[in-house]
Design a protein around this ligand. Structure first.
Ligand code: PMP
Ligand code: GLN
Length: 400
């Protein structure tokens, strides 16, 4: 114990408390509720990939510290995947870095690239670790709020949160160091269009900004929406840090294998921070993820089709239960507006939901600086087995 009145937690972290995901998963366990809060699948990824991890462990591959940048097999597989899917070519030795999940990639990138006082422009609502990592780096976050586009018929594909490109442009100042982009976007499910990405790229080039783009949901887009990596746009290859993760794509969120692809200079910078965070992680899993990335396109197609059906099940169920629904074009989350249920405070709603309906969800307000802008929105995850989603929908219908 310290004898002074000084609080233990430093000022940079004081506002963050416990992450909402831990809080809500604990609530789900304590109340025996269906957990549609924290985004993790309730079934594991492909059996052969699980077996690949077992084989690596048994063969003694990765049981001791793997190389700092990641095992060569995985770096090669990441580069091959970027080339095959997007025509982006990265040198596995100089332009790929394996991290402890996307979370470490985000933290290391911000710690490496942001000076105290630099401004970081981020889309709001934002994934919660962005705010904490910007704060750890001593940066100032400048949120640009995604807003409902007003299609508001509750079921249409078009009912979505969109980025106002003028607001984005206006958020950039002389102190802006970088843009922090996320597409497909958690929690709204928005997938940025080519037009939006082109405008972001033009702004980055014009103002000479770095860009960090979190693309962990790259393989989770639905219907006509397709994922376009920001690094494929003109002028972006050399100024963009692209972040990916095996957690979402292969349904092994506990393995914590993520990665960065970028120019040699950017990768070197990010590695400088990363080496003092974990140094390395997930040895045997790195070999398994290398095999996963080489799965045929049919794996990704089947994964997308499965998640698309689950999206529709949950989105239709939420409409039937009386929510206004923003049917996502990507990710495995549905954002809803609770106002048609006569509610307006997402926090209060989510705290009461286990008792009222035996379901746990996430109040989107935690992802906002402008909390009032996020107050009526609540996020549900659909990366769960069909009977679980059906039971959740049945329970939620009792709210109406
Ligand atoms: N970015 C976004 C947008 C996420 O939703 C998540 C949660 N999976 C992460 C990063 C963190 O990914 P990981 O589990 O690989 O650290
Ligand atoms: N990315 C997951 C989500 O948004 C949770 C990750 C975590 O628990 N930190 O729900």
């Amino acid at each position: 114990m310290t004898s002074s009145a000084r609080p233990l937690l430093n000022r940079r972290l004081a506002e963050f408390g416990t992450t909402i995901f831990a809080e809500m998963s604990a609530l789900a366990t304590a109340t025996g509720s269906i957990n549609l809060g924290q985004g993790f699948p309730d079934t594991d990824g492909p059996e052969e990939i699980r077996e690949a991890a077992v084989r690596a462990l048994r063969d003694g591959r990765g049981n001791q510290y793997p190389p700092g940048p990641g095992v060569p097999e995985l770096r090669t597989a990441i580069a091959a995947h970027q080339e095959h899917r997007y025509g982006l070519s990265f040198d596995p030795d100089r332009e790929v870095l394996v991290t402890a999940g996307a979370t470490e990639a985000i933290a290391a990138s911000l710690l490496a690239l942001v000076e105290p006082g630099d401004e970081v422009v981020a889309l709001e609502p934002y994934y919660d670790s962005y705010a904490a990592s910007i704060a750890l780096a001593g940066g100032t976050r400048v949120p640009v709020t995604l807003r409902p586009d007003g299609a508001r018929d509750g079921a249409a594909e078009g009912n979505a949160f969109r980025l106002d490109l003028d607001e984005l442009r206006a958020a950039v100042t002389d102190r802006t160091r970088l843009l922090l982009i996320n597409t497909p976007h958690n929690p709204t499910g928005t997938v940025l269009t080519r037009e939006e990405l082109t405008a972001i790229a033009a702004l980055a080039v014009e103002r000479d900004l770095l860009v960090i783009t979190d693309e962990v949901y790259e393989h989770l887009t639905f219907g006509d929406a397709g994922h376009i990596p920001l690094a494929t746009l003109p002028g972006m290859r050399e100024r963009t840090v692209t972040i990916g993760s095996a957690g979402k794509t292969f349904s092994f969120t506990g393995w914590k294998v993520g990665w960065v692809t970028a120019s040699p200079e950017l990768v070197t910078a990010v590695r400088s921070a990363k080496q003092f965070l974990t140094y390395v992680a997930s040895g045997p899993f790195q070999y398994a993820v290398a095999e996963a990335l080489a799965l045929p396109d049919s794996y990704y197609d089947a994964f997308r089709a499965d998640m698309s059906a689950k999206r529709d099940l949950l989105a239709d169920g939420l409409v039937a239960a009386g929510f206004e629904v923003f049917r996502p074009a990507g990710t495995y989350f549905v954002t809803t507006d609770i106002r048609p249920l006569g509610e307006s405070d997402g926090f209060a709603f989510c705290r009461a939901l286990p008792e009222r309906a035996g379901v746990v969800a996430i109040p989107n307000a935690v992802f906002y600086d402008h909390r009032e802008a996020g107050a009526p929105f609540v996020r549900f995850a659909f990366c769960k087995r069909i009977p679980v989603l059906e039971e959740a929908v049945d329970r939620l219908k009792k709210l109406a």
